[in-house]
Design a protein around this ligand. Structure first.
Ligand SMILES: O=C(O)[C@H](O)COP(=O)(O)O
Length: 253
């Protein structure tokens, strides 16, 4: 049996503030660090031994990975970072509060921006200081590949070459791989792995720092997938993520 664990980063400062983040490079909160440490402890308890780990160019994912590996005493394993594992680019929504955006444009519209497959938010203008072309970390990436906004479809299109050519082929020799990334970049990978139809992906919300295990047989066919943790608790966490796009995200009337 071979396993790949997908892990969304721990709580970030903009998760806490309920802001659209995308490619903005915000840090983990104290809680986010604690969440990441807890995920590492759980993975260690469950006996995982990763051959290699992958993460994005964004510090909330990189730091989560570092916490996890430290808790597992596996700091030494090879780690590869790729811009292709970055979060979905949220265009001009980046920095806006999700509830305030729902009050202004409606919850339905925010759901489309957050969870639909085909719709992308309005793109950053070329002269916007947040345009990734001005960020030195992406200097090796051809400008045509650098997003100013993305739908989930476009996010999947930039991730899949990396998944198919770099990550997945490793399972031929490795037994266990870890991928630490983001809510929507991981939704894209999960959609691909589980053949989730476009119209059903809207219902998938990933909680922060909960390991999601994918088991493959020796012919690399997917056999089983499951979250590590209490199913009731995970369901509540997923609902809370979905509710972030409501006008009253904490359930107040
Ligand atoms: O970019 C973001 O805002 C988060 O990483 C994911 O947000 P979402 O759950 O609103 O897509």
């Amino acid at each position: 049996m071979k396993r790949i664990v997908l892990l969304r980063h721990g709580e970030s400062t903009w998760n806490k503030d309920n802001r659209f983040t995308g490619w903005t490079d915000v840090d983990l909160t104290e809680k986010g660090i604690a969440d990441a440490n807890q995920a590492g402890t759980l993975l260690k308890e469950k006996g995982f031994h990763f051959d290699k780990a992958y993460t994005s160019f964004l510090k909330r994912a990189v730091k989560t990975l570092n916490c996890v590996l430290d808790k597992m005493d596996q700091d030494w394993i090879p780690v590869e970072k790729s811009w292709r594992l970055n979060e979905k680019h949220y265009g001009v929504l980046q920095g806006l509060n999700k509830s305030e955006t729902a009050s202004k444009y409606g919850e339905e519209q925010v759901l489309i921006w957050r969870r639909s497959f085909n719709v992308a938010p309005k793109a950053l203008s070329e002269d916007d200081p947040r345009n990734p072309k001005t960020d030195t970390r992406y200097k090796e990436v051809p400008d045509k590949d650098l997003p100013r906004t993305e739908s989930l479809k476009e996010t999947v299109e930039r991730i899949l070459p990396y998944w198919k050519c770099i990550i997945f082929p490793n399972l031929a020799t490795a037994n266990e791989l870890l991928v630490v990334a983001h809510g929507n970049s991981l939704r894209g990978i999960i959609k691909y792995l589980k053949h989730i139809p476009d119209e059903e992906i809207v219902g998938l919300n990933l909680p922060t720092a909960i390991p999601y295990v994918f088991e493959f047989d020796d012919d690399l066919n997917l056999k089983k997938d499951y979250f590590l943790g209490d199913p009731e608790e995970i369901k509540k966490l997923m609902e809370a993520v979905a509710d972030q796009g409501k006008t009253t995200p904490d359930g107040r009337k």
